[in-house]
Design a binder for this molecule. Structure first.
Ligand SMILES: [Zn+2]
Length: 340
């Protein structure tokens, strides 16, 4: 779903923020932040030394937008519905349509008004270019600009998005897709793909990129914590110890990893039924990722970390009013709870 209100685009709320159900549960789900709620969140985080970086994923992961404004896409499908299951899609916004750029200019302006951060994460991940390849407008543009393929078009698309952000003093970040050529030197990308982080370190260094380590076999906190927990058929079990073992440099030397700027833990919520469950997934593993980010390998100790987790346990349970009983972690599939 689309969660950010943008003035002049009412169908974001009436269409893109709602889906018919979630993973076949038959229960409609919807919701959108208000500007005020987002500003309150930013202020709450700022009080605690946290900078909130918004993400608007382009050109893909955009079926909710396609349901609301099909005309932004290469092959408009007026009957497109907001997705009800996780995953990626072939629908990419069409870079050759002026209304697309007008829309994102409005989006970025709104972000600038709400988020003091100079950074906007543009996603850029999981964007198969089959429809760009077929689109007559895209074909014509590639031929006109002498681009040899859709990857060059992607690089050009990112460059144009970056220029649009620059008008507001904003800079982009991206999920790293393994193809360093589509980004521009100096940009920051996140290594997220399973088992590809080590090679990502070398490729991004060569390309002059900054890297943030988010390799999903260590850093995705929506994945199951314990063997036997429900995994939707594909998520790898990521134990607390596995998270703790993250070495953001993957054993490489400081010379090889000077561009690795930090670590990033992700909690994708579409597989999580409620806030209680989100907290269960995030803690204590977020503590392990934090320590992996702050402490060199030679001062880390699993035994020492376990003692610290025990100290924090009571704090986490109390602070979040967490209900262990309600988690019922071993009863797949989850009973989805409709919050609206
Ligand atoms: Zn197109």
């Amino acid at each position: 779903g689309w969660r950010l209100p943008v003035p002049g685009y009412p169908r974001l709320e009436s269409v893109a923020s709602k889906r018919a159900e979630t993973f076949g549960d038959g229960i409609p789900h919807g919701g959108m932040y208000t500007r005020e709620e987002l500003k309150e969140l930013v202020a709450y985080c700022a009080d605690r030394g946290i900078e909130v970086i918004p993400e608007i994923d382009v050109p893909g992961h955009n079926e909710a937008l396609a349901a609301a404004y099909p005309e932004f896409f290469c092959f408009p499908k007026p009957d497109m519905k907001v997705r009800t299951v996780a995953g990626n899609s072939k629908e990419l916004v069409c870079p050759q349509k002026p209304e697309v750029w007008k829309f994102y200019a409005a989006v970025f302006k709104e972000l600038k008004d709400i988020f003091p951060s100079k950074i906007v994460h543009l996603g850029g991940d999981e964007a198969p270019t089959e429809l760009w390849e077929k689109c007559p407008l895209c074909r014509q543009a590639r031929a006109g600009a002498g681009m040899k393929d859709e990857q060059e078009q992607m690089r050009d698309f990112f460059a144009r998005m970056t220029s649009l952000l620059a008008k507001n003093g904003q800079t982009p970040q991206f999920w790293y897709e393994g193809n360093a050529g589509i980004y521009h030197p100096g940009e920051t990308v996140y290594a997220w793909r399973q088992d590809q982080a080590r090679q990502s370190i070398d490729k991004t260094k060569k390309a002059g990129l900054n890297l943030i380590m988010a390799s999903n076999e260590y850093c995705y906190l929506d994945f199951p914590q314990i063997q036997g927990q429900y995994n939707w058929g594909w998520m790898r079990t990521t134990t607390l110890r596995k998270c703790y073992e993250l070495d953001p440099a993957f054993g490489k030397s400081p010379q090889e990893t000077g561009h690795v700027r930090g670590v990033h833990a992700a909690a994708w919520a579409e597989h999580l039924p409620d806030l209680n469950h989100l907290l269960y997934r995030v803690y204590p593993r977020a503590m392990a990722i934090a320590e992996a980010g702050w402490s060199p390998m030679d001062v880390r100790s699993w035994d020492n970390f376990r003692r610290k987790v025990a100290d924090h346990r009571a704090f986490v349970l109390k602070r979040f009013n967490y209900d262990l009983e309600r988690t019922k972690e071993n009863e797949p599939p989850f009973r989805w709870e409709n919050k609206k």
